[in-house]
Design a protein around this ligand. Structure first.
Ligand code: ATP
Length: 324
């Protein structure tokens, strides 16, 4: 009987559990044994393996985080430790390793293939949605909905006190969460790293909105641009001459990354997991699963390395049109 291993690596994202469940159940459906590896690559080095049956993944589809735990493991960048991991994979009799992770995890997985001939399949997850080669990464929809939920609440205070609110959202160096949350909440400004504009334009936009009778404004800033505190400080200074309730800021932080995954994340995670197992069953490995034109497809693992995925410019323009 063939055996597959599954691990989650890098930052957690809602939908990881739905994907683990899908890999485990699809594996058993196709007559494979499945082994879960704890704490990502750390568990590969330290041989933290546990068999997973379909019943072991009951009641996790709705849970955030990852039941397999995740970790960042700097030692995996060293050949010596990857060798140890490869030896442990061989000893365990694992025929293919399923890595649910981001760009960095895929690079680690790729080295296992290139250096030791271990077959791997990558499944993309990150709330930031910035993995090149796929339209979607597990966790993004939930993170956006978490941000939208929080901004809707902040808007109540912004409106009641006629204030400008600067809200900082996650996304590392990318603006996918910020742009999506801006469109969905009707924010006046979306500050994202991919389409930057100077501070005076931001000030002018908010001033124009005030002059047009908008008594409150929401500015969404991606963490990769600047801190909400910085932007709020500048706005506060520039907006002093105007009669309104002042500027406040809020950093949403880790609440965006947790919680029960949305239906969309559960469905995509399930599709990705089942498709990944089918690829192995059909003899295709050393690939990553991707969403392309709404369909689940296989791409070379290397496609995601060193490339930058940008949000759609049309969405950016759309946000500007709708704030009139
Ligand atoms: P996230 O989107 O959360 O950042 P990620 O998979 O990109 O996910 P990283 O922290 O970049 O997260 O990588 C996760 C782990 O993958 C690292 O802790 C390390 O063990 C391994 N890894 C990352 N880059 C490499 C690399 N170049 N070579 C070998 N292993 C790597």
């Amino acid at each position: 009987m063939q055996k597959i291993g599954v691990l989650t690596s890098g930052g957690d994202a809602p939908g990881l559990n739905a994907c683990i469940r899908a890999v485990v159940r699809a594996g058993h459906y196709h007559g494979l044994e499945v082994v879960g590896i704890k704490r990502g690559f750390k568990g590969l080095i330290e041989r933290e393996f546990e068999p997973l049956t379909p019943r072991d993944v009951s009641l996790i589809i709705n849970r955030g985080g990852t039941v397999l735990l995740s970790a960042r493991e700097p030692r995996f960048k060293e050949h010596e430790f990857r060798k140890k991991a490869a030896e442990n994979i061989r000893k365990e009799g694992i025929d293919c390793l399923f890595v649910i992770g981001g760009n960095g995890s895929f690079q680690g997985a790729n080295l296992l293939t290139k250096e030791f001939g271990i077959p791997v399949i990558g499944i993309p997850k990150t709330i930031d949605n910035d993995t090149y080669g796929t339209e979607y990464t597990i966790g993004f929809d939930t993170a956006v909905n978490n941000a939208v939920d929080a901004i809707d609440k902040i808007r109540d205070t912004s409106m009641s006190h006629e204030r400008v609110f600067v809200v900082e959202v996650m996304g590392r160096d990318s603006g996918f969460i910020a742009l999506a949350a801006s469109i969905a909440t009707g924010a006046d400004v979306a500050l994202i790293p991919e389409y930057p504009f100077p501070m005076h334009v931001i000030v002018d936009t908010v001033v124009d909105a005030l002059k047009r009778g908008k008594r409150f404004s929401i500015v969404v800033v991606a963490e990769g641009v600047a801190s909400a505190r910085e932007i709020a400080g500048i706005l506060d200074e520039k907006l002093k001459p105007f009669d309104f309730g002042g500027v406040r800021y809020s950093v949403l932080g880790y609440i965006q990354r947790g919680g029960s995954p949305t239906a969309y994340d559960r469905i995509i995670a399930s599709r990705f997991g089942v498709f990944a197992v089918e690829q192995f069953v059909n003899g295709k490995t050393d690939i990553m699963v991707a969403l392309e034109n709404g369909k689940v497809v296989a791409k070379p693992l290397e496609i995601s390395f060193g490339r930058i995925k940008k949000p759609d410019l049309t969405d950016f323009e759309l946000n500007n049109i709708l704030t009139i």
